[in-house]
Design a protein around this ligand. Structure first.
Ligand code: HPA
Length: 288
C-alpha cells in the first residue's frame, strides 16, 4: 500500500503547531552540516514520521529539522532515501508531498556528484540547469494523485530560471564559482563503468549522481519551484587515478560544504527580501 503524505504532514504539524515553512531544503551525502546553522524549533527522526522512507546510507542523518535559516522559515531534510536502497519509487513522493502540505512552495535540493568536465573539479559547485533521468524509475508511475497535480505536466524549465538567476547573482557577489550544467541520474548503487561514462558524455551529461530527479519530478508535479546544486566530489569513473568510493564522496563533499553553506544562507536572505518586495507590490496592486 502507498503511504499517505497527509499522515506525515499531520504528525509534523502536531509537533510544530502553527509553523509554516516556505522553503524546503534537502541535504545530500556529506552536506548535512548546513542543518547545524538552522535556528531550529524541532528536529524529528524520519523513523517517527508515518510513511516516511528511511535514509539508510552513511552521511544521511535522517532527520527533519524545522526552523529559520537566512531569516526564512525552512523545513530541512538532513539526508534522503534513494531508489537503490530498495524504497518503492512511489514512496519517494511522500517527503516532498509532505513538505507541500506543510506550506513549502520553493524546494532547494543538494547532492554529491561526479564531474564530466575537467574544469569542474572536486570541491566545486554546479547549479543544475536540466536533468536526464536515466534511472528508468519515476515516483509518479501509477494512478495519478490529482490532489497534488495533473497526470501529464511539462518538465521545461523544471529548474526555475528566476531562482537560478538569483543564485548565480549571489554566487558572483560572494566570489564563489558556480558552474551550471546537466545532471544525469544513474540508478546505482555501483559507480559507473568507464564505457557507461563515455556513453553518458555523448548524451550531454555534465555531472552524475544517484538522487535528486525523483524529488524534482514530484515537486514539479505539485507545482513547487525547484533549485538544485551538485557538490562535485570526484571526476567520473575512468578519468582519474583515484578509486571511487562512498568514503571519497563523504570526504570530498566537505570541501565544498563551506561555500555551499554561505551561498545558500545569503541566497535565502536575498529571497526573503525579494518575496517581501513582491508581496508589497501585490498588495499595492490590489484594490480590495
Ligand atoms: N557517480 C555516481 N554518483 C556519484 C558520483 C559518481 O561519480 N559521485 C558522487 N555520487
Amino acid at each position: 500500500m502507498t503511504s499517505n503524505p497527509h499522515h506525515a504532514a499531520d504528525y509534523v504539524k502536531e509537533i510544530a503547531p502553527g509553523f509554516l515553512p516556505r522553503v524546503g531544503l534537502v541535504l545530500g551525502s556529506g552536506l548535512g552540516t548546513l542543518a547545524d546553522k538552522i535556528e531550529s524549533i524541532a528536529a524529528i527522526d524520519y523513523r517517527d514520521i508515518p510513511g516516511f522512507p528511511r535514509a539508510t546510507v552513511e552521511g544521511h542523518a535522517g532527520r527533519l529539522i524545522l526552523g529559520r535559516l537566512g531569516g526564512m522559515a525552512v523545513a530541512c531534510m538532513q539526508g534522503r532515501s534513494h531508489y537503490y536502497e530498495g524504497v518503492a519509487p512511489r514512496d519517494l513522493a511522500v517527503p516532498i508531498r509532505m513538505l507541500r502540505l506543510l506550506g513549502v512552495d520553493i524546494l532547494l535540493l543538494t547532492n554529491a556528484a561526479g564531474s564530466f568536465r575537467s574544469k569542474m573539479k572536486p570541491g566545486s559547485l554546479m547549479m543544475i540547469r536540466d536533468h536526464i533521468n536515466l534511472s528508468g524509475l519515476n515516483p509518479l508511475v501509477g494512478p495519478n494523485e490529482g490532489e497534488f497535480g495533473p497526470r501529464f505536466f511539462s518538465m521545461e524549465d523544471a529548474y526555475d530560471p528566476i531562482l537560478r538567476q538569483h543564485l548565480a547573482a549571489v554566487a558572483k557577489e560572494l566570489g564563489i564559482t558556480l558552474h551550471e550544467g546537466v545532471y544525469l541520474h544513474y540508478l546505482g548503487p555501483n559507480f559507473e563503468t568507464p564505457a557507461e561514462i563515455r556513453a553518458f558524455r555523448l548524451l550531454g551529461a555534465d555531472a552524475i549522481g544517484m538522487s535528486t530527479t525523483p524529488e524534482v519530478l514530484v515537486a514539479r508535479h505539485a507545482g513547487l519551484r525547484v533549485l538544485a546544486i551538485s557538490s562535485i566530489t570526484n571526476a567520473v569513473a575512468g578519468t582519474s587515478k583515484i578509486p571511487l568510493s562512498h568514503e571519497l564522496t563523504l570526504k570530498q563533499a566537505k570541501l565544498a560544504a563551506e561555500d555551499l553553506e554561505r551561498l545558500l544562507i545569503v541566497f535565502l536572505e536575498t529571497l526573503k527580501r525579494e518575496l517581501l518586495k513582491a508581496h508589497i507590490r501585490n498588495s499595492e496592486g490590489r484594490n480590495d
